[in-house]
Structures are given as structure tokens and as C-alpha cells.
Design a protein. Sequence first.
Length: 326
Amino acid sequence: MVDTLLDYALARQIQTVLVMHFIEGMKQSTISERLNLSTSKVNRLIAQGRKLGMVQIEISSPWERLTDLERRLVAASRLRSAVVTPTLSDKPDTQLGQVGGAAANMLVETLRDGDVVAITGGKAISAVVEKLSPERSLDVTVVPLTGGVQGKYYTDVNHLVSRMAERLGGRAMLVHAPLLAENREQREMLCAMHPVREVFELARRANVVLTGIGSIAPRGSSYYDLAPLSEADGKALVNLGVGAEFMAYLIGQNGRVADYALNSRLVAVHPSELASCRQVIGVASGAQKVDPIRAVLRGGFLNTLVTDERTVEAVVAKLEGEVHVA
């Protein structure tokens, strides 16, 4: 029987390869191309799966409860797919690293040469970037979805775009403009500048989008790294029905972009402009992200979510509760 301590990311990768090979009947060369792995790596994963006893009458995995949660989440939302990692630690940074690693693996498997990848800034995307380790260089272009935030070097979108492009072996295009303009008119002027307009036009046509999901609850919220609000302002936003931050936009609990003044000053691609993107991946983890995730799912902005077991259990319970009430 499979050792229950088997590394989750490796176990999931082995399971994916085994399903593609033994259930879907794919050749190893096809799997290699689909997952951006070498054929020798695919062969080793199949051999390892056999050795671990994962190839039986059916494919067995110690993480079946996680795939069941993924199915339930997809069924209760408009998502096409989900990736759920085990909750192995109560430390938020440790758990976010686990989720970031799963999202990094998924991103590498998803990308194709010639793709454009558009990303936001933030801790979740930083965790993904730090875990990226493709087996070969990918001919991709990485672009930001928003302007930058002064003084937030390691989670600033331009820094992360550069780091992701470096790790993937692709190229980066940056937006040299602030995230928040002083007023609506300045925002329009900045977005109309050719260097900014060119990058945002690429972002709107991106093949793959990778974005965090932010909380706006005052304690521990990353939104206050983006906007000059007081804790009292944050509490007022919650009372007004704002449920999440997504691509720096405030999103209502009903899933709609909030009619709030700061939204009109954002130098950023609007969430509604991602509808034609092949895959929009959200990454989030932690109890404080349960309600923000639910708000973003209500808006239908994502088609894929990567999160952890404990977080998704709470999200699914609320989503399924809404369905039963309806």
C-alpha cells in the first residue's frame, strides 16, 4: 500500500501520469508533451507508481479525499477544475508554500510554447513563483495585470513577473506605472500611454492568468498594502458588503465588482476582460480567505482554483449550503 507520508506533489504527479497512461491510453511521448516532462521522467513516474502499488485494478491514491473535495467544489461552482492540497500545518506561510507548489506544478503542466501568462502581485503568487522548476525552458511571455506598488519589492507584480519569466526561461514585459492613480482622469491617461496599453492588451489576450484572492477584513488583510485605507475604512467596506479583493478590485459578496471610488482609480486590467483567456487560475489559502473565495466564485471570474483541504472544506460547506437553501 502507498506510504501515507508520500510527498503530496509527487503522489499527485504520479497519479496524473498513471491515469493518462493506463486509463486514457496515452503514449508516454504524448504524456511528456502534455505535461511538459521529459519522456524519461514519465517512464520513471510510471515505474515508481508500479513500485508503490498504485497500479492495481484501479488507480489508488492516499489522497482520494482530496480529489473528492475537488469534485465537490467544481460541482458547487462554475469552476472547470480544482487542485486541493492536504492541510499539513497550522502556520499560514507553510501552508501557502504547499499550495504555491501545487499551483506551480499545474502552471508548468498547463503552459505551451508561445503562451502569454498574465499575473498579479501578492504573497500567493510569490509562493507560486518560488516553487517553479520546469524541466525545460518555456518560450512564454509573462506580463502584469496591474500597475506596481512602491516599497513591496518581493510581492510587487513587476518583480514577480521578472522572477517568473526568469524561472520559466521566457521573457518579461513590465508596466512602469503605479497601481493607484490619484484620480480617474490620471488613470485614463496612464492606461492610454503606449507602453502601458501594449502590456495590458497582451494581458487581456493571455492564454493563462494567475491571480491571488485577497481578504479585505482589516486584520491581516493584504489589501492595505495596495490602498491607503485605515482599519476603520476596512470595517466600513465589510459593512457595505465588500467581500474580496481580486486583481486589486474590490468585489462585493454578491460577486460583482463594487461601485467604490478606489476601483475607478486602478491602473489595472478589469476582471471582466479575462473572459476569453484559456485558463484563469486563482490561488488562495487560509481561513480568512473562505469568504473572499466564495465571493470570487460567485462572480465567475475563475475557471480553476488551487487551495488547501481545510480552506476548501469550509468553502464547499457554504456553497453546498446555498444550493440546499435555494
